[in-house]
Design a protein around this ligand. Structure first.
Ligand code: SF4
Length: 297
């Protein structure tokens, strides 16, 4: 059976190109009446990820001791920042690194979206602060019904300060457009880590433990109707499991966010799709599943 025009357009957007394939029963873009029921939602869901305790309340150091323009902190290259950094001060004259870390996360559970966005560029809680160019906060804001979670910024994201703007980001944008989801309006995109790991290595557990304070509050404020977890680091962080993507795909998980049970699906990270073209079809099916979750929410 030949592809209809709509599906052919979607396949082309994914870079697969026009093909002769059978129409899947789960295509929600089909006219109503021809659409099959939703994919199985009774997931053998792993237990929801335990939310790590937020840092204990901390008595803030004097604001003047850590004041730093957010924009300047965001754009300064590491070398420039090191060159401009003042000589280490005596311990008694300023907050220690530990105190600054506690201050960044203090009261984060009540921070607004805007306040969170101001805090992230000031964060030096883990070693990635020394090698990043810019922090990467989010694309989108509260009000986006779908939230997509990735792993960490790459080189292009580190340069621009925005998530998913490199090649994998372009693939993601085209795939979302192909299923009628607009980035920043219908879908917000965040990463587990806000700073790029050197050479795009995997996030280390200690980095995730610290940075997920930001992620947890982002998810609370975004209050999504559905989640898409892209890649194993995002899935393992949010779902609290070490299962592979292959084991986690194809079912709907549940994540507790702000006291609500939010449906979540797991899919491949777009950068993996750049290396494994045959998995693009699965990615496309996962985006359609996310769209069904939104429609059912
Ligand atoms: S990765 Fe997260 S915890 Fe580490 S410095 Fe960047 S913002 Fe802070």
């Amino acid at each position: 059976m030949p592809l209809d025009a709509e599906r052919s357009r979607i396949w082309e957007a994914l870079g697969i190109g026009p093909q002769w394939i059978e129409r899947g029963a789960e295509d929600p873009l089909l006219p109503s009446g021809t659409r099959a029921s939703a994919a199985p939602v009774s997931a053998p869901a792993p237990a929801p990820a335990p939310v790590p305790p937020r840092p204990a309340p901390f008595r803030s150091p004097e604001p003047s001791g850590r004041a730093q323009p957010a924009a300047a902190a965001a754009v300064a290259a590491p070398q420039a920042r090191q060159a401009a950094a003042p000589a280490p001060a005596p311990a008694a004259s300023g907050p220690s690194a530990h105190e600054k870390t506690l201050a960044i996360f203090e009261g984060i559970g009540s921070a607004t979206w805007e306040e969170l966005a101001r805090r992230v560029p000031l964060c030096e809680a883990c070693g990635l602060a020394k090698t990043r160019i810019r922090t990467v906060f989010a694309d989108g804001a509260p009000g986006c019904p779908l939230v997509m979670v990735g792993e960490a910024p790459g080189a292009e994201e580190d340069m621009q300060g925005k998530p998913f703007v490199g090649k994998s980001g372009q693939l993601l944008t085209h795939a979302l457009e192909a299923v009628g989801i607009e980035r920043g309006r219908d879908a917000a995109i965040v990463n587990v880590l806000k700073c790029r790991p050197p050479h795009n290595r995997d996030p280390e557990p200690g980095e995730v433990t610290l940075c997920r304070h930001f992620l947890d509050r982002q998810l609370e404020l975004l209050a999504p109707k559905a989640l898409v977890l892209m890649g194993r680091p995002a899935a393992s962080t949010v779902l609290g499991t070490d299962l592979s993507i292959a084991r986690l795909r194809g079912v709907v998980h549940e994540v507790e966010i702000g006291g609500r049970r939010v449906p979540a699906i797991v899919t491949y990270h777009p950068s993996y799709l750049l290396r494994s073209l045959t998995e693009k079809e699965k990615f496309w099916h996962d985006l359609l599943a996310a769209k069904r979750l939104l429609a059912a929410a």
